[in-house]
Design a protein around this ligand. Structure first.
Ligand code: NAD
Length: 269
């Protein structure tokens, strides 16, 4: 039995994760937390997730959850995630992170924590997007820079970060295929008279609306032809199922920062 904790367990993803963990025979949900003062604190996690009560009450102390769990799943906010990663490092507990929007200093702190605990960090836990990422790198490696790369994403109206973490990860894969640094070639927004498109640029376009779980397209536009790779998630459950796969994979692994491509055995070394 793998003992699993979920921090941020009453969020959109948190509740999907709780349902998945409770329904997985070789896992047991040992605890969950929410932000202090949140409506869900003190309630039964399973009941909140629409299942029969299981007596696991939502608390506010992540440290106890990290101490008791083999693996803690975390789809919260960048600031909370970095605090949780410090607890993972302190207690040497495996940590599966889905939070997006971590950059700069926060990402550096996460990498530091991964020296003392096994951490899987993926902007997208779906199997399809993990394959899309590997394919994007491969296609970018095969096509010359005369093919313009554009990444288009759409998400539900509640999403707070843009471009999505997945879009940025796809951009990073394309840049890796071209052997350049994404930060040297990205164009995250366009507005007004911006002039012709420079060769080698990797562009992003962000759409927001409705309840879209997550659509991503990588477009390779050449003269006379266009190759488009597209993934559409129709339910958040695919992310939760992928995270469960990561939980099983990371339990008992040595410290280090791992990606979903590691979990699926797709990482190029
Ligand atoms: P949400 O706002 O519905 O859920 C986040 C939850 O975290 C909330 O319930 C919030 O109260 C809780 N939280 C915040 N700070 C906390 C703290 N200090 N301690 C405990 N709980 C805390 O958001 P969501 O749609 O579930 O998305 C959460 C994150 O996951 C976002 O960054 C989103 O982009 C990302 N996401 C990733 C994937 C993936 O596959 N990697 C898929 C979907 C969403």
């Amino acid at each position: 039995m793998i003992k699993v904790g979920i921090v941020g367990c009453a969020g959109r993803m948190g509740l999907n994760l709780a349902r998945e963990v409770i329904g997985t025979p070789d896992m047991t949900l040992i605890g969950g937390t929410e932000r202090p003062g949140g409506d869900a604190v003190g309630r039964d996690i399973a009941l909140l997730a629409g299942m029969p009560a299981n007596g696991v009450i939502i608390g506010v102390d992540p440290k106890t959850v990290f101490e008791r769990a083999d693996v803690v799943i975390d789809f919260t906010t960048p600031e909370a995630t970095v605090q949780h990663a410090a607890l993972a490092a302190e207690t040497r507990t495996a940590h599966v992170i889905g939070t997006t929007g971590l950059s700069g200093d926060l990402a550096d702190r996460l990498r530091e924590c991964a020296r003392r605990a096994p951490i899987v960090w993926a902007a997208n836990y779906s199997i399809g997007v993990t394959l899309l990422t590997a394919l994007t790198e491969e296609v970018a490696r095969s096509l010359d820079p005369a093919y313009d790369i554009e990444i288009v994403e759409m998400h539900h109206r509640h999403k707070v970060d843009a471009p999505s973490g997945t879009a940025l990860a796809l951009g990073r894969a394309a840049a890796k295929g071209r052997e350049v640094a994404l930060e040297d070639v990205w164009r995250k927004t366009r507005d007004g008279i911006i002039g012709p498109r420079p060769e080698g640029e990797i562009g992003f376009a962000t759409l927001r609306g409705g309840d879209v779980a997550g659509d991503h397209s990588v477009i390779f536009a050449g003269d006379g032809e266009r190759l488009e790779l597209t993934h559409r998630a129709s339910s958040r459950q695919v992310f939760a199922k992928g995270a469960i796969r990561a939980v099983r994979w990371v339990a008992g692994k040595p410290a280090g920062l791992y990606a979903m491509t590691d979990v699926l055995g797709l990482t190029r070394r």
